[in-house]
Design a protein around this ligand. Structure first.
Ligand code: SF4
Length: 438
């Protein structure tokens, strides 16, 4: 039987789609590259904004149209939050929430037995981590989901309701999964989760809780692992123990994604973020004392309810002051069921668009300036793709390098001299070639 998985939303959803594909393939199902003529379709949905909801239901309808005879499974945040609505959609056979994605094979078999619709949507506000492992990675960089859920309740975000409470993968399972991936040849591991830096927070009442810093301490010892990347970490989770590890272990690479969301204390407060701008700036200073060339990328939401011109100008100014490498800019999008959706002074779409534009231009400027700063240096890249005599890959600080090379170098460390910026790449020269030239 052929199956196709549609994935919407975040890295965690991508990981979980990979896990479901793995499980189905192990049972003999065949993954189809096309979204037509399938026997099974899985739509792993997102619900982060109202428009993500609309997109999810649009994709469900289109999948049903394109695959009229397929078993239709809808899972993820949209089905977790709107289980009854999804159940009522003509052509949907299995409604699965965010828990039990690892039961995908048995749920499909259950449906196929007597063709009776199945609904498996649990209350996830107080639940255990669902252990899962993804072993079939085609990419150089392998993701490992170490955590699920979030207890932060930022006022604009629905995720704590659709993903539930903070819960973490057992340390033994994380270490085992990473050792296995390294054995398969992956040099770089990306730790991911809904709120990755909150790993182990559910145990904080214990005497010696095993937290994110403890996990990193164990992971830097894994033999053969060259790069350990954290998909995203909140600024107040970067504590003294993590800074100490960064000081000692270059394996914790020179790139961090630290969400700022706004550079105005008024907006941060309304967002219910757990820091102010002064604390953010101080943390960046601490990090840069240890790692001066660290690339710091961030997320920013513009047009949050009540965001004045002055508040937006504060955000622009703070971004420049910090000197992020790149910004991921999101126009605020109303999400029903959140506190921010009920706030007064919702910002006009036109104003949001202008602010997005301003920040995207600033982002490009910052990115180019960081790239220029790194020209004339030697770096290690890990080639990810080969194209017409060149390999393309990233350095630890996430610069995208294009360099002469061969297919055989994919996944191997390669020392390069960074010659010049050719956006979006930096042109690199293999160091052995350079030595010959000299
Ligand atoms: S930290 Fe805030 S934005 Fe991030 S998932 Fe939790 S509630 Fe949402």
């Amino acid at each position: 039987m052929k199956f196709y998985i549609y994935t919407l939303g975040c890295k965690v959803n991508s990981y979980e789609s990979g896990v479901m594909a793995d499980l189905l393939k192990k049972e003999g199902y065949i993954e189809n590259k096309e979204d037509v003529e399938n026997d099974i379709c899985i739509i792993n949905t997102c619900s982060v904004t109202n428009s993500a909801d609309h997109k999810s239901s649009k994709i469900i309808r289109s999948a049903i149209r394109k695959n009229p005879n397929a078993v239709m499974v809808v899972t993820g945040c949209f089905s977790q939050a709107n289980a009854d609505e999804v159940e009522g959609m003509e052509g949907v056979h299995i409604v699965l929430g965010n828990k039990y994605k690892t039961k995908i094979v048995s749920l499909i078999k259950e449906y196929l037995k007597d063709r009776k619709n199945v609904k498996q949507v649990e209350d996830i506000m107080d639940t255990e981590f669902e252990s899962m492992t993804l072993s079939d990675f085609h990419r150089t960089r392998a993701f490992v989901k170490i955590q699920d859920g979030c207890n932060n309740f930022c006022s604009y975000c629905i995720i704590p309701y659709t993903r539930g409470n903070v819960r973490s993968k057992k340390k033994e399972d994380v270490i085992k999964e990473i050792k296995e991936l390294v054995k398969q040849g992956h040099k770089e591991i990306v730790l991911t989760g809904i709120h990755t830096g909150n790993y182990g927070a559910e145990n904080e009442q214990e005497e010696n809780p095993y937290d994110f810093a403890c996990l990193l301490t164990d992971l830097v010892k894994v033999q053969g692992l060259k790069r350990l990347r954290i998909s995203s970490i909140e600024m107040n989770e970067i504590n003294a123990r993590i800074l100490k590890l960064m000081e000692k272990h270059p394996l914790l690479i020179d790139h961090m994604h630290i969400p700022l969301q706004a550079g105005s204390d008024g907006v941060l407060k309304r967002m219910n973020r757990k820091y102010d701008t002064a604390a953010f700036v101080n943390k960046i200073k601490e990090i840069r004392t240890i790692r001066p060339n660290l690339s710091i990328t961030t997320d920013v939401i513009v047009g949050f309810p009540g965001e004045t011109e002055e508040e937006f100008a504060e955000t622009v100014s703070l971004i420049k002051q910090i000197g992020f490498t790149k910004l991921h800019v999101f126009p605020y999008s109303k999400r029903n069921g959140t506190v921010a959706a009920t706030m007064e002074n919702q910002i006009k779409e036109e104003t949001k668009k202008e602010r997005v534009h301003t920040l995207l231009e600033l982002s490009k400027e910052l990115e180019l300036s960081y790239m220029e700063k790194n020209v004339n240096k030697e770096e290690i890249m890990i080639p990810e793709v080969y194209k017409e005599g060149y390999v393309i890959g990233h350095t630890g600080n996430y610069l995208q390098i294009k360099c002469k090379g061969t297919k055989q170098e994919i996944g191997q460390e390669k020392k390069v001299y960074l010659e010049k910026v050719m956006y979006p790449y930096i042109l690199g020269m293999p160091v052995e070639n350079l030595e010959k030239v000299i």
